[in-house]
Design a protein around this ligand. Structure first.
Ligand SMILES: [Ca+2]
Ligand SMILES: [Ca+2]
Ligand SMILES: [Ca+2]
Length: 255
């Protein structure tokens, strides 16, 4: 999953263009550049942030474009999924995204519908260390997900004010079937969101629940078809603001 990143000495950010499958990559300066895109082949850029700061990205092109800013693991940053259709134009997108800590990040531009298109991308980087919001919990990234056994409930918590804003878990399906995962608050409730991701693709969930089942905003449920041995990553986060809650995550596999 790791992509090469080429550092541009004069700036704090280096952007590299390439497709997820090809290794041919072109360095992109923090100015403006044209690029080609296909609906089945997003354009992917990587950049290295030496500090926390703000990354501003604008794209303009044919067709319905959207982009996401992710960390090195591929999980989308908070407010990092952008499809705003500026000025009523589905191919015109713009956002400033908070980069919470030094590290390697990616920007993935995708074409929604249509076959191929070209677009222009412009970026700028504002280094601002005071914005740093490090999340030191290992389970804040898919690579540090807590391993859970199917049918064995687990208790955990979110404490956003201490930087613990979401948790990642990993299930491995002991056999093929339908995996059902649910969350419940322990004690005082909060508005939770439960997401499931398959096969190490953390950009977009295959299932997302913010259904507030039984009238409780923490009661969520996702259902995923799995094959024996398949890895299912699960993310528990807050729907709004900065959640602070104890919760239980339970699972069952229907063969
Ligand atoms: Ca769009
Ligand atoms: Ca936690
Ligand atoms: Ca909810």
């Amino acid at each position: 999953m790791s992509l090469l990143s080429i550092r541009v000495a004069s700036v704090l950010v280096a952007l590299v263009v390439g497709s997820p499958t090809a290794f041919a990559q072109t360095a992109l300066p923090t100015g403006s550049q044209k690029a080609a895109i296909a609906s089945d082949k997003p354009a992917e850029y990587t950049f290295a942030a030496k500090t926390a700061g703000v990354l501003t990205i604008a794209i303009n092109g044919e067709g319905d474009l959207a982009f996401a800013v992710t960390d090195a693991d591929g999980q989308t940053l908070p407010d990092g999924s952008i499809d705003r259709d500026m000025n009523g134009n589905s191919g015109l997108e713009m956002a400033s995204v908070l980069i919470p800590e030094p590290g390697s990040y990616r920007v993935r531009v995708r074409l929604q519908g249509g076959s191929s298109s070209s677009f222009q991308i412009s970026t700028s980087w504002l280094s601002f260390p005071a914005l740093a919001r490090e999340n030191t919990d290992a389970d804040s990234k898919p690579s540090g997900a807590g391993r859970l056994e199917v049918a064995k409930p687990h208790e955990d918590s979110l404490a956003s004010d201490d930087g613990d804003a979401w948790d990642w878990f990993l299930f491995q399906a002991p056999e093929s079937g339908t995996l059902v995962i649910v969350t419940r608050a322990i004690g005082e409730t909060a508005d939770l969101v439960l997401e499931a991701f398959l096969d190490g693709k953390f950009g977009e969930s295959v299932e997302r629940s913010d259904q507030d089942l039984q009238g409780d905003s923490a009661n969520e449920s996702v259902t995923v078809s799995v094959t024996k041995g398949q890895m299912v990553h699960v993310k528990v986060s807050g729907a709004f603001g900065r959640p602070s809650v104890k919760y239980r995550i339970s699972s069952s596999l229907i063969p």
